[in-house]
Design a protein around this ligand. Structure first.
Ligand code: PRT
Ligand code: ZN
Length: 310
């Protein structure tokens, strides 16, 4: 496509002129390693230096911007980058705060890491019965947009104190009665004498794209997405190999998890046994292996899959 006919105002942003897809990742924090690792697993090799804002892929038309996670939505809407990896919590908070501004951002795929939840927590001494207990109280949070929406939807009137960090200390310092913050293990809440009362949302890392991609960037994006999907599928799949008595084949096939059509091959010198190989698109637990064994299978091997493409 002729770039001058693109709906993207390329003239205001020379970075877009070079025909390379730009992705924004968190520079340093909980999502950084997994985000860069995902690209590496997708066969994209990046310059190792992480303290720079910008990395170039050597073997794929992709440039990586390493920024603060809260800035990623802005990098996308301004079209400095066309895709990004961020927590759903970050995208949804921006969309809750600025209803018009982030409408062109699309959640493409959940990436299976960075799991957490946004919860309201109260000091253990606080008598909490239901959301109504929040009426007239003060709640400290870094997620004022999502919290305000949650309270409004439930007809609760509470004051929100916005804090950038260390939200969990707010009740102890009498800045607020309760907090609303991200929780993963719950250890931070416990060690600050707080108890989780309401889960506002569940979140994980997602790939987000700007909907206004021009045609050449769209082609690169689709190639990247296909590789990411393949990595996620391979990560979630196992290759299982076992020997099965022919008489037990049906019951063994029935136990194999998430495998539609296993390959069955003869075993040399054994009239009564066959080899069974299958891709299982889910975790293979010890209990499953034990059940296969109980059904007559032996020499059971479960191995990870490195790459997978249909
Ligand atoms: O510097 P930058 O702005 O980029 O990073 P940041 O400090 O804002 O974010 P960071 O790296 O802490 O988190 C990045 C993303 O990771 C978040 O937006 C979430 O999507 C996701 N994530 C997953 C979490 C957590 N788990 C998490 N536990 N983000 C923050 N926390 C914090 C939480 O705020 C609380 O302080 O960890 C503490 C609670 O953890 P537990 O395990 O004690 O419950
Ligand atoms: Zn941040």
């Amino acid at each position: 496509m002729d770039r001058t006919t693109s709906t993207i105002p390329l003239s205001t942003n020379p970075i877009n002129g070079d025909g390379r897809l730009k992705i924004a990742l968190q520079k340093s924090g909980r999502l950084s390693e997994m985000s860069v690792g995902l690209l590496e697993k997708a066969g994209i090799s990046l310059t190792k230096s992480r303290d720079q804002l910008f990395c170039r892929a050597h073997n794929f038309p992709l440039d990586v911007f390493l920024v603060r996670d809260d800035d990623i939505p802005a990098f996308l809407v301004t079209d400095v980058c066309q895709v990004g990896i961020m927590g759903q919590n970050v995208l949804w908070e921006k969309q809750a705060l600025f209803t018009e501004k982030y409408t062109t951002l699309e959640e493409v795929i959940a990436l299976g890491f960075g799991h957490c939840r946004l919860s309201i927590a109260a000091p253990t001494s606080f008598t909490y019965n239901s959301v109504e207990s929040l009426n007239g109280k003060t709640i400290a949070t870094s997620y004022s947009g999502l919290l305000a929406t949650y309270l409004r939807d439930r007809g609760v009137e509470a004051d929100i104190v916005t804090m950038e960090g260390a939200v969990e200390v707010a009740p102890r310092t009498h800045l607020a009665d309760l907090i609303c913050d991200l929780v993963s293990t719950g250890n931070t809440l416990t060690s600050n004498g707080l108890q989780e009362q309401e889960v506002i949302l569940q979140s994980q890392a997602i790939l987000v794209k700007n909907s206004n991609l021009n045609e050449d960037i769209q082609v690169i994006y689709e190639k990247l997405l296909s590789r990411i999907r393949a990595v996620l599928r391979a990560d979630n799949s196992r290759y299982i190999m076992l020997n099965s008595p022919i008489a037990a084949l049906d019951s063994i096939k029935a136990v194999l998890p998430g495998s539609a059509s296993p390959t069955v091959m003869p075993l040399q010198g054994r009239e009564d046994m066959v080899a069974v190989h299958a891709v299982c698109e889910e975790e293979v637990f010890w209990t499953t292996m034990e059940e296969l064994q109980r059904n007559g299978a032996n020499s059971i091997l479960v191995v990870p899959i490195e790459k997978m493409l249909d």
